[in-house]
Structure formats: structure tokens, C-alpha cells
Design a protein around this ligand. Structure first.
Ligand code: SF4
Length: 156
């Protein structure tokens, strides 16, 4: 009986490392508000605009989940946003990453235990990175993205 080869060939490994190299330098980001007060959202926009310029790391805002590598979520997830969050997550191609910005998205924050919230994004979809704060500073958001790139390098 012939043995099945499980190790990737040299060309496959080269293509994988090329893909990882390119991905680290062009992380496209989809911003998703799952019911935040907009405080965290304003800080995300501040991180993306010219003063702090997250684009120098290749981070670019996109409008379609099909073009995104990262979904950056804010808010404790209200009942009305659950389906939208799940469906948007499913539309992002693999490999994908979910980053939560703010205390509400991480644990429910000031809305924890509320009758119409889910106490955080990870109750609905898997989360790769949390950036705590109410709201976190734009510098902290950029630091979070840098940590994510580091994590991707380790997983290579
Ligand atoms: S963490 Fe603070 S700023 Fe962010 S959505 Fe919650 S209440 Fe608003």
C-alpha cells in the first residue's frame, strides 16, 4: 500500500511563506460596530487617519467582508446585531482574525449583564486579540495590530 505524503512540497512551502509575507504587510480591515456608544469607533478612525497613519503597516479600511483579513469589532453585541455579526464573520475568507476594541466588546463593559446585550464579541464568534480600554487610545489600537502581526509571525 502506498503511503500518503503529508509534508508540503518545497514549492508549496515557498508559496505559503510568500503568502504570509504579503499578508503581514497588507492587512485589510473591516470595522464592525456591534452596538458600541461610538467612543471606540472614533478612536479606530483616529488610528487610521494621517496623524498616526496605521496604513504605514499596510492596514487599510475596506467596506466588504470578502476583501478583509481582520474584523475589528466594538460594542457588547446587542440582540439586533448577533445575526449581522455572525454572517459578516462567515463572509470573511480564511485565514481571518478578529480584534476586539474596548471593554464592551471584550467583556460587556458598562453594559455587562444588560437585558439586550451578549457581554462581548467572543460569546458569538472566536476572538484573536483584545484591546481593552473605555475607549482605548489610538496608540493602543496600533500596538494591538502590531501584536497581531507578531502573532502571525510566530505562527508562520
Ligand atoms: S468601551 Fe467605552 S467607549 Fe467603547 S463602546 Fe464601550 S462605553 Fe463606549
Amino acid at each position: 500500500m502506498q503511503e500518503v505524503e503529508t509534508k508540503p512540497s518545497g514549492v508549496t512551502r515557498w508559496l505559503q511563506s510568500l503568502r504570509n509575507w504579503a499578508r503581514k504587510r497588507s492587512l485589510w480591515l473591516l470595522h464592525m460596530n456591534t452596538g458600541s456608544c461610538n467612543g471606540c469607533d472614533i478612536e479606530i478612525l483616529a488610528a487610521l487617519t494621517s496623524r498616526l497613519d496605521a496604513e504605514r503597516f499596510g492596514v487599510k479600511l475596506v467596506g466588504s467582508p470578502r476583501h478583509a483579513d481582520i474584523m475589528m469589532c466594538t460594542g457588547a453585541v446587542t440582540l439586533t446585531m448577533v445575526d449581522a455579526l455572525r454572517k459578516t464573520y462567515e463572509q470573511i475568507p480564511e485565514p481571518k482574525f478578529v480584534v476586539v476594541v474596548g471593554s464592551c466588546g471584550s467583556t460587556g463593559g458598562v453594559y455587562k449583564g444588560g437585558y439586550n446585550t451578549f457581554d462581548g464579541v467572543d460569546k458569538i464568534i472566536p476572538v484573536d486579540l483584545y484591546i481593552p480600554g473605555c475607549p482605548p487610545k489610538p496608540e493602543a489600537i496600533i500596538m494591538g495590530v502590531a501584536k497581531l502581526i507578531e502573532k502571525m509571525e510566530e505562527e508562520r
